[in-house]
Unconditional design. Sequence first.
Lengths: 194, 145
Amino acid sequence: MRPPTALASDKELSDFLKSVEKRAFKRTVYAVRSDDSALDIVQDAMIRLAEKYADRPAAELPLIFQRILSNATMDWFRREKVRNALMTNLSEFESSEPDGDFDLLEMLQAVEGSLGTESAADAVSRAQILHLIDEQVAELPARQREAFLLRYWEEFDVAETAAVMGCSQGSVKTHCSRAVHALSKSLRAKGIGP
Amino acid sequence: MRAISHTSENHALEARLGLRLAGGLTARAECLPHDVTERLRFAREQALARAREARLASPDGAAVVGMSGAGGLLLGSLSPWLQRAASVLPLLVLLGGLMLIEQWSTRERVLAAAEIDTLLLVDALPPTAYSDPGFAEFLRSEPQP
């Protein structure tokens, strides 16, 4: 058995990149809204990881990669000279408050009911719901989306998410809570849920 | 007390819904277009090639390579200077081998010529040889005892 501090082998690095590449691509597409740019950014992040951190323990790779990907995305925004647009996006989410009247349990039951079905007709409905979720995640404010994706898609804990985002753990919790409420609200507006 | 419990339940509910929605994203991500998955595969292979280059270029690279084989433990435990010297060893062996082959080949040529000379000297001289101007010249030039 390998000790937890053992260096990542070629296979471990390959397996890690393979496991994370699709999510990394989607996460970047949400941010930059361009498939080609997202692919360039993901490739850049992979190469940065391989060149500078391939000798790190395999267990450290997920956190390092997500930080590199965030930095590569920021670099892209700088290069594209859309920093002002980004700052506008960053300021958007600070004003929204979670809707206290919202019943998350009902939405959870509705989503679980819709995504857990298996008939042909339900499969179409399921695909539509997945498409809607994809759309609504893309519409989230940048920081809320980043917190949501890192916390629930990459399944980082609050501390790890805060480390990647460069903010406090309290901010992560707030961003995540707002993101889930915002998604729940927008999905309900699209006809999903009670 | 009840308020704390309610907040805790709410957080748990948020987390469950968040994970369920993220599960939906995973299902979507599995259906990416072929050209995108191919570009991601290419990016991954590029990154792995760079990782290999970086490992070989690093000072510890030689030791890591040395450790990978069954007999590599010995090489990995040597000092960097000895490891560099060991890398020249195959070249020295090759040069030594070439020199031995050259020496053996020259010796074979000399032995073959000596054998021909011996056969000629012990063979009976044909009478027509005395009419050959070259042989007559050879007899005249032979040193007298």
